[in-house]
Design a protein around this ligand. Structure first.
Ligand SMILES: [Zn+2]
Ligand SMILES: [Zn+2]
Length: 299
């Protein structure tokens, strides 16, 4: 642990908070330096409240129907299927409408996230009893129909549709967008919703420990709230990130992994090695597998 780490993180949090106000998904196409990571911090749009309520209602009725069907038709085989863990992996942003290009840093965040996500998927599939659903597997936008206007909604809707056990959004961070900034390493954001906080913290700590093993600093488990969004049904102020709160509103846990700082010199160099991106995805996968108690396939 290097000296001054705490204050560096305090500074990083404050700076990231400023970034969070910059842009939604569609308006930031082609944004260069200084864009930070706005997809995860998308400001409240008028459509969000409406679609959130609708989505919650949908999820409720689907769940009720499905469990009835299951009770009636249950077989041994279905029990096995139900014992499977379903993981949604969400490589943040995309190359179509929600780009995060940083030419000054020599990196495009969406490409890093995708490389990490694909490696994470491939590694997870080496474990028994896991199903992986990707929100995207190439550069295209999961919300192509609306040209990225509802990109976050399109991603978080996957969780309920797939009745997933966890939604994991994969990102990389930035502070000012100028190479040489001091904040570095990984952070994992978890929900403040009481039902999910403890379990998500366990997963987040496993992820951070694994990322530390491959050479990234740990910025710890983070939460961030937004009073303007109101409260969850437990009275907790909602999470700042719609990637978390959309999932929680639908009854599902979610975490956001900010793997490294694109504008930190050490992290920037680290991110430019494709082997490191692969290792990051594998580190995430092994943490997820450990969290769910999955065992490696025999052959
Ligand atoms: Zn991002
Ligand atoms: Zn998009």
């Amino acid at each position: 642990m290097r000296g001054g780490r705490f204050w560096k993180w305090m500074a990083a949090l404050l700076l990231t908070a400023c970034f969070g106000l910059t842009a939604g998904c569609s308006s930031a196409a082609g944004t260069a330096a200084g864009s930070g990571d706005p997809e995860t911090t998308q400001a409240a749009g008028q459509e969000q409240g409406q679609t959130e309520a609708e989505s919650a209602a949908r999820a409720d009725s689907e769940t009720a129907e499905e469990s009835e069907n299951r009770a009636e038709n249950e077989t041994a085989e279905e029990s096995v299927v139900r014992a499977q863990v379903t993981v949604v992996l969400d490589p943040g942003h995309d190359s179509q409408y929600c780009t995060r290009n940083h030419p000054d840093l020599g990196l495009n965040e969406q490409d890093l996230n995708l490389a990490i996500g694909l490696a994470c998927r491939d590694r997870l599939l080496q474990y028994e009893g896991v199903r992986v659903v990707m929100t995207r597997e190439d550069g295209s936008c999961p919300d192509a129909e609306h040209q990225g206007e509802d990109c976050i909604r399109a991603r978080t809707d996957v969780t309920a549709r797939e009745k997933a056990d966890i939604f994991v959004s994969l990102h990389n961070n930035g502070t000012t967008g100028r190479l040489g900034d001091s904040p570095e390493g990984a952070q994992v954001y978890i929900s403040r919703y009481s039902k999910f906080t403890d379990s998500s913290r366990v997963l987040a700590e496993k992820i951070l420990a694994n990322l530390q093993k491959i050479g990234l600093a740990s910025g710890g488990v983070q939460t961030r709230s937004k009073a303007e969004k109101g409260t969850y049904d437990d009275g907790t102020v909602k999470d700042w990130y719609y990637l978390l709160s959309n999932n929680v509103d639908a009854g599902y846990p979610a975490v956001i992994i900010e793997h490294a700082y694109m504008d930190n010199s050490y992290d920037n160099t680290f991110l430019k090695d494709p082997q490191n991106l692969k290792a990051m995805g594998q580190a995430d996968a092994d943490a997820i597998a450990s969290y769910f108690g999955l065992t490696f396939k025999q052959s």
